[in-house]
Design a protein around this ligand. Sequence first.
Ligand code: AMP
Ligand code: MN
Ligand code: MN
Length: 338
Amino acid sequence: MRTPHGPADADFTAAVAAIHRHAPAGRVLLVCHVNPDGDALGSMLGFGLGLRRMGVPALQATFPGDFEVPEPFTALPGLDLLVPGEQAYPEPDLVIVFDVAAVSRLGALADRLPRARATIVLDHHASNTGFGGVNLVDAGAAATSVVAEQLLARLGVPLDAEIAECLYVALATDTGSFRFDMTTPRVHEMAARLIATGIRPGEISRRIFDTRPFGATKLFAEVLGRAELDPAAAAGHGMVWTYATLEDLRRYGQRPYVMDALIDPVRCVAEADVAVLVKQTGEGEWAVSLRSKGAVDVSAVAVTFGGGGHRLAAGFTGHGAPGDVVVAVRERLDQHLI
Ligand code: AMP
Ligand code: MN
Ligand code: MN
């Protein structure tokens, strides 16, 4: 039976059973997606703190790729649960995965899944492939932390301020600070429960949204300065795009994560429904961020390039020159008008 909101009751029951079976004496590995954002880290660490409160003795949290926590998240509670991917239990008993729609987002850590006795996936991507043993996937949830809070409740773990801060960061990140369409009454009710633990929303928002190094400001100015508007793209709904290279980062002494916030000023352009930000990650390799104001299902576009995401916010890995990546995106936009 499916509850009015979210995953089926039976799936929650199966997840609780798997945790009760393996967590008291087994090795529990929590994993979120590569280049973790606020939802990936916040839902994973918030849930991890909940497991710690339950007395789970062997507990690690990790993510694939560069082991670097973006500066805005370096004050999150539960960071001491984190270990570099190479140090993650090679043969965990239970793996719990957060905010991951497809195994490809787990990079080198994907090998832990077949080696585990049980796997649970907590996610909210409509494109989720159902790769877990138990899949708690709620495409109607604003963030993975919504599912994490529900599972913690079913485990009987009460919210405290540390758990709440993690889940709040996750919720605030994925709702664009409670501005996006997914910001339902349920989201505000959850935020109310979290804030009631005593966390400080103003301080948290300042840290995760409103703080950036001076060099990043200069970098943003340069990258936004080279933005191009294509009003005819997406059947006349318009597309705006720009790109940032590793050389840009080097010149301004910035770390890659600072570019995560750069899509926001790009997507604000009134004349374009679709915003594209092409961020270099390696030689001829680009992390492409797609946003739509509502005319295009950018998740469907991203999927055609091997990526994924949500209808109005998606991404994929692109190859070649940034201009070529954008031309390829532009070609597909018309086919995915909503
Ligand atoms: P971003 O543009 O990086 O903020 O990502 C927006 C959304 O797209 C998030 O929900 C991501 O999970 C998803 N996404 C981004 N990059 C990829 C990728 N390479 N593969 C699958 N999903 C992605
Ligand atoms: Mn995410
Ligand atoms: Mn998410």
